[in-house]
Design a protein around this ligand. Structure first.
Ligand code: PMP
Length: 299
């Protein structure tokens, strides 16, 4: 495995960052999780744009342009020769001192690109659906930290994930401090009610998921009425269908929430349709990896 670290491709064992990096000391940084499907990097530009927006909001400057980071990502995938992979792109504030002051990180940001695989839900769960449970951990209010920033601070989500595992379910539903539905720990949430597709607005506490956006487009293209609105758990319990979206999960049906059966307890027709459409789109929409050209970033 070759890992991109600040412009160089190095073997996994040599892929290291300083313990003084503020990404490590304070979670001061941003990241992306991206998938490659048969040599197609799904919505690479959208992922890199989201990363740049997150970085801009936290006043983190990259020494690279958007195009350069896209190229570095494509070249790192090519150097690893993987046609199907999960990419983790991490940009941290860089090496500083022990204070939180980001201006002390004089060397500039640290950029890491890892090409690996990810543990996914087993295929049978796409046919069966999963149960989820509401966590007691509320999403950090968007007035305090904008949920659209995909930052290295995941403690809030990790605490909810611990709750979910204790409750014996694979995912936790997170509410905002006003008790409305935000998202899950690593996925956005959708419901289908009377043929319409509904998902919480981002400022209720949800990340602007790349999969979420793709699914909204696919649903509109299929003639469904879609809306981003304020949803309560009552709406979820009484939905006809429910599913989660994310780079790792894709479109996974939810058939039980807090012990309440959703719909008829089986993945619904719209969920199945959107999963099939997404699986069609994922190899087409995005940037193609050129596996034949020698990467410019190789040592
Ligand atoms: N919400 C959170 C908190 C996430 O971390 C993620 C990414 N795993 C998502 C939603 C889904 O976003 P995407 O579709 O871009 O992977």
């Amino acid at each position: 495995m070759l890992v991109y670290v600040n412009g160089k491709l190095v073997p996994r064992e040599e892929a290291k960052v300083s313990v003084f990096d503020h990404g490590y000391l304070y979670g001061d940084g941003v990241f992306e999780g991206i998938r490659v499907y048969d040599g197609n990097v799904f919505r690479l530009r959208e992922h890199i744009e989201r990363l740049f927006e997150s970085a801009h909001t936290i006043a983190l400057k990259l020494a690279m342009t958007l195009e350069e980071l896209m190229d570095a990502t494509l070249q790192t995938i090519a150097a690893n020769g993987k046609r199907d992979a999960y990419i983790r792109l991490v940009v941290s504030r860089g090496e500083g001192d022990l204070g939180i002051d980001p201006d002390k990180c004089k060397k500039g940001s640290t950029v890491v690109i890892i090409v690996d695989s990810i543990a996914l839900y087993p295929e049978e769960l796409y046919a069966k659906g999963i149960p989820i449970a509401t966590s007691a951990i509320r999403r950090i209010p968007s007035e305090c930290l904008d949920p659209r920033i995909k930052s290295l601070n995941y403690l809030n989500n990790i605490l909810a994930k611990i709750d979910a595992k204790k409750a014996g379910v694979p995912e936790a539903l997170m509410l905002n401090t006003r008790g409305f539905v935000a998202e899950c720990t690593a996925d956005n949430i959708f419901i289908v009610k009377n043929g319409s597709l509904k998902t919480p607005q981002l400022l209720h506490g949800a990340l602007g998921g790349i999969t979420r956006a793709a699914v909204l487009e696919l649903a509109k293209g299929a003639g469904m009425i879609t809306s981003e609105e304020r949803l309560a758990v009552h709406d979820l319990y009484n939905a006809d269908e429910c599913f989660l979206t994310g780079t790792g999960a894709e479109v996974i049906p939810v058939i039980d929430i807090d012990g309440r059966q959703v719909g008829d307890g089986k993945p619904g027709p719209k969920t199945k349709m959107l999963l099939a459409m997404y699986r069609e789109l994922r190899t087409k929409d995005g940037a193609k990896v050129d596996y034949d050209t020698e990467p410019a970033t190789a040592r």
